[in-house]
Write a protein that binds this ligand. Structure first.
Ligand code: LLP
Length: 425
């Protein structure tokens, strides 16, 4: 069963009609289909059958506790990049020994929190971090299990802003420095280094960059072993892309798994994977309501109640996401393609450009597809817009897993200092 499908011209999320949710919860609203998440987790895990592998769901893609808990219930671990994400993973039921902590700028406080929580592994990204972690761990009489995140200088052939594995990117240490890091680690208290990690980018539409990166990782693991170091765990990162545009190439999970087997499958290592987008993108939609269809000069603007603060991917990465009416109509497509724009005071506030749509009536619903990853996760309250609610569907039932923020909550975050005179005082 597909996560979202039309029944008699109405979009359903699993077995729930989308308008039923918007009637109850309002719009905009993120809707997630849990069956799609569960089946993707198992598909990923099963593709790697025979290997000693763990799937650490990359929480950054969608950090809602209901989403993380859905994966945790199936046995997934979590890849986190901040203490906030670590706390979310723990609160959602991921056990500490299934959490890996990556990130280029962990503070000493964050490293201490990770050690206190007893997580599985900290992915160290610099010589400074190694020394800091050693000091923090030793001061607690603890030993931190460490992977070195290496930068293999491989072009993942994706958008520049989500490329992480080239030498000009801030991530990891140049792979040639791994032996020196292992040597340094040997002399440091509180460090148990037996692992390498790599993540070259996100939304990879083709697989050869994975092969290149994993081959470099393999070569380095063998070099380290020859030098007498133990390397018995490899973390292969995330990055597998999804299809946003029907003409996008679809990277095959089976071929990805074959590349894993061919490159590192015989190293007798425990393997970790950190997929984010692939697990949740297609399991989510953002549903918005049309405010009005505004004719322009040689173009038209469908103004909706969703905006760049709710889904920033089109603005930030020029990302294309499919937009379609929730209730299909037989109305003819308007001769002017439509820009789907939000109410925010910036021309960059659009969710789609040049789309073929009929005239959109006030109040009609539009669904933005593939919005389960990096949608709500990257939302903000810019223009003092309320954070959008999130709904998780399972079969014919649904739960609000994050209610719509209220204006009291939004304004309650701020304080006015005593010294400011108030009008009317
Ligand atoms: N592991 C590490 C160390 C990462 O930095 C990332 C993503 C992942 C795993 C998960 O990658 P995925 O499987 O989701 O591709 N906001 C951007 C994507 C940023 C990805 C950042 N790192 C977007 O909306 O396209």
């Amino acid at each position: 069963m597909s996560a979202f499908s039309f029944r008699d011209g109405v979009l359903f999320a699993e077995d729930v009609a989308v308008p039923e949710i918007t009637d109850a919860v309002g719009s905009p609203v993120y809707i997630y289909a849990s069956a799609e998440m569960v089946s993707r987790y198992h598909a990923f895990h099963d593709a790697l059958k025979g290997l000693d592998s763990t799937v650490f769901y990359a929480v950054k893609a969608n950090p809602n506790l209901g989403v993380i808990a859905t994966f945790a219930a199936e046995g997934a671990g979590a890849d986190v990049v901040s203490v906030g994400e670590m706390k979310r993973a723990l609160a959602a039921g991921v056990s500490a020994d299934k959490i890996v902590f990556a990130g280029v700028g962990k503070t000493r406080e964050e490293l201490a929190d990770a050690i206190d929580a007893g997580i599985l592994q900290i992915n160290v990204e610099s010589e400074w971090e190694l020394t800091a972690l050693s000091e923090v761990a030793a001061s607690k009489g603890a030993v931190a299990d460490v992977a070195f995140r290496v930068n293999p200088d491989v072009d993942p052939k994706t958008h520049a802003k989500i490329t992480t594995g080239k030498k000009e990117n801030k991530f990891g240490v140049p792979i040639e420095r791994a032996p020196a890091l292992f040597e340094q680690a040997k002399a440091l208290a509180g460090i148990n280094a037996r692992s390498l990690s790599v993540h070259i980018g996100s939304q990879l539409g083709s697989l050869p960059p994975f092969r290149a990166a994993y081959t470099r990782l393999r070569d380095m693991a063998l070099e380290l072993r020859t030098a007498g170091f133990v390397v018995d765990h490899l973390d292969l990162g995330g990055g597998l892309g999804v299809v946003y545009w029907d003409d996008d190439p679809e990277p095959s999970l089976t071929e990805y798994a074959a590349i894993v087997r061919e490159t590192v499958g015989d190293l007798d290592c425990r393997l970790g994977f950190e997929p984010g987008r692939w697990m949740v993108a297609d399991a989510g939609i953002l549903v918005t309501r049309v405010i009005h269809d505004k004719p322009g000069k040689g173009r038209r603007f469908v103004v909706i109640d969703g905006a760049m603060n709710d889904l920033i991917r089109p603005t930030l990465y020029e990302a294309w996401q499919k937009i379609e009416p929730v209730v299909a109509t037989n109305d003819p497509i308007h001769e002017d393609p439509a820009d789907i724009v939000g109410p925010i005071c910036e021309s960059g506030d659009y969710l789609g450009k040049g789309r073929a749509l009929p005239v959109m009536e006030e109040g009609s619903l539009l669904a933005i597809r593939s919005a389960g990853a990096y949608g709500a996760a990257m939302s903000s309250t810019y223009n003092s817009r309320l954070l959008v609610p999130e709904v998780l569907v399972k079969g014919d039932s649904y739960a609000v897993v994050r209610p719509r923020q209220t204006y009291e909550e939004l304004l309650g975050l701020d304080r006015i200092p005593d010294w400011v005179a108030r009008q009317g005082d």
